[in-house]
Design a protein around this ligand. Structure first.
Ligand code: SF4
Length: 339
């Protein structure tokens, strides 16, 4: 059982050890929301760079609402999970009209916002008494209370939610959520080493007392990952030859993904799918899919007519929001890319 000493130990530790993160230094709900959406599925170091760029380019939610979706996707390029960017833009447009929502329920109703994100925004921006259960918090709670139920099942989520509600310091939700998340991120880490020896809440930790901490938290078995094989067809027309002192441009074909599949609305080279005996030098892992990719360069005099594709100049490729895999393929083609 925890008592006031538990909270004071946790908060003292937090005051000394927390990282200085720009979105934790503000109570502006727009900045907090932006950071939370960027940080879903993204590491802090990478997310920081994107967060700074977004805030610099669109300092207010109205600015983001007025941006083109294509611009937002382009700025998002490299972060993956592009649905987040589309939802971010859609939500900005909703917020822009009516002001940033101030209750948990209204925040939760924004596109792309789940229970965790709504709890994080409600507590960090308004100090409202809602927990913010991210992966770090699940781990700390599982160990602290020695819970061996999988946290990622419907039943497990309910149980963990009940436990964190009991643990939440309702008068200081902002501080409590920040501190417990940071403890999970920096101290009660997946690989514990001898961190328990210096843990500020060790005396309250059932997982430590029962020697089960290393085994927690428990996850449900992972779903099978589906393999897919992509062949990109890179059509090149034109040579970088000097004609009357001028270089002729190189053209290529790209298409926008329209299917409700991965990378919706992003651009890539025309792609065929299916396994062949050839080697696939690129592997790109998504949450439930493993993409094996290769490419073939076709030097042509006349571009083939492939439905849905457009002809663009090679140097304009960077003006399109490209999937991360396409960017990786392009990186290996730098000499062509740079002309
Ligand atoms: S004692 Fe160990 S397992 Fe328990 S909260 Fe601290 S670091 Fe985590």
């Amino acid at each position: 059982m925890v008592n006031s000493l538990f909270y004071s130990r946790l908060y003292e530790w937090y005051e000394i050890h927390h990282r200085v993160l720009p979105w934790r230094e503000t109570e502006d709900p727009y900045c907090i929301w932006l950071s939370e959406i960027i940080l879903q599925q993204t590491r802090v170091a990478q997310g920081m760079e994107y967060y700074m760029r977004f805030v610099a380019r669109w300092p207010k939610v109205e600015d983001l609402a007025n941006a083109d979706e294509a611009e937002v996707l382009r700025e998002w390029q490299g972060l993956g999970y592009y649905t987040r960017a589309r939802n971010l833009h859609k939500a900005a447009q909703m917020i822009g009209e009516s002001g940033f929502p101030q209750t948990f329920e209204e925040i939760r109703a924004l596109p792309g916002v789940g229970d965790y994100t709504a709890g994080a925004i409600a507590s960090f921006a308004y100090n409202l008494p809602y927990p913010a259960m991210d992966g770090n918090v699940y781990r700390v709670v599982a160990r602290l209370m020695d819970i061996d139920e999988a946290f990622d099942t419907t039943q497990g989520k309910k149980l963990f939610h009940k436990k964190i509600e009991e643990l939440l310091d309702r008068d200081h939700a902002r501080l409590f959520n920040s501190a417990i998340m940071e403890l999970g991120a920096l101290h009660c880490t997946p690989l514990l080493g001898d961190n328990c020896q210096t843990c500020p809440i060790q005396e309250f930790c059932a997982g430590y007392a029962h020697h089960t901490a290393e085994l927690l938290p428990v996850r449900k078995p992972r779903p099978k990952v589906r393999d897919r094989w992509f062949t990109y067809h890179i059509y090149i027309k034109g040579e970088r030859l000097k004609v009357k002192g001028e270089r002729t441009p190189v053209y290529t074909l790209i298409r926008r993904r329209e299917d409700k599949d991965i990378w919706y609305h992003l651009y890539e080279f025309p792609c065929t799918e299916g396994q062949t005996d050839d080697a696939y030098p690129f592997t790109h892992v998504l949450s439930h899919q493993k993409i094996h990719a290769r490419y073939i360069i076709h030097k042509v005099q006349k571009m083939p007519e492939i439905p849905g594709t457009i002809v663009i100049r090679w140097e304009d490729l960077n003006d399109y929001a490209l999937s991360r895999l396409t960017l990786r393929v392009l990186d290996t083609l730098k000499p062509i890319r740079q002309g």
